[in-house]
Design a protein. Structure first.
Length: 174
């Protein structure tokens, strides 16, 4: 697992976290319980601080970073899709960031939001809770109802369980 201290800034992990051996977690990064950090993900707490809430999935090749003396806060049960970039933003609990999406500096993505694949949430943009956005730049295209929330929770729980399965069962074959 690629955990790195930088100038006294040390990653901190709660119980049950899985971090892929090819992921890099650098500096002031706090990762909550039962998170899954996928292959190739890079969480750079070298300038600012990153906090990842419990049961969050940071999928393959994601980048999470922030400017000096800034914070990036990702809530609990968040899914950050493959190849997404999150920069000094605030992501609310239960949000889903689609594959290849970009979340700009100081953007806010509210609780239960869905950011579509490839969307760009501009710097300082505020996406209200339970809103679905898509496009470049990201614009509202719908709202979340209880049925969509229930469906999303299935996947979020799968990733929290996947953290345990990877910790217990992942083995190199050569």
């Amino acid at each position: 697992m690629g955990l790195y201290e930088l100038e006294g800034r040390v990653p901190r992990l709660e119980d049950g976290v899985y971090i892929s051996p090819t992921a890099q977690v650098i500096g002031d990064v706090r990762i909550g319980a039962d998170c899954w950090i996928g292959p190739g993900a890079v969480l750079r707490g070298d300038f600012g601080s990153i906090t990842i809430g419990a049961c969050t999935a940071v999928e393959e090749n994601c980048v999470i970073h922030c400017y000096p003396d800034r914070e990036c806060n990702v809530g609990k049960y968040v899914t950050i899709g493959h190849n997404a970039t999150v920069h000094a933003a605030r992501i609310g609990d239960y949000a889903t960031i689609g594959m290849g999406a970009v979340i700009g500096v100081d953007a806010k993505v509210g609780r239960w939001c869905i950011v579509g694949e490839g969307a760009v949430v501009r710097s300082r943009q505020d996406v209200p809770p339970e809103t679905i956005v898509a496009g470049v730049p990201a614009e509202p295209i719908g709202a979340l109802d209880e049925a969509k929330k229930d469906f999303r929770m299935i996947g979020k729980r799968l990733y929290a369980d996947l953290a345990r399965r990877y910790r217990e069962g992942l083995k190199p074959v050569c």
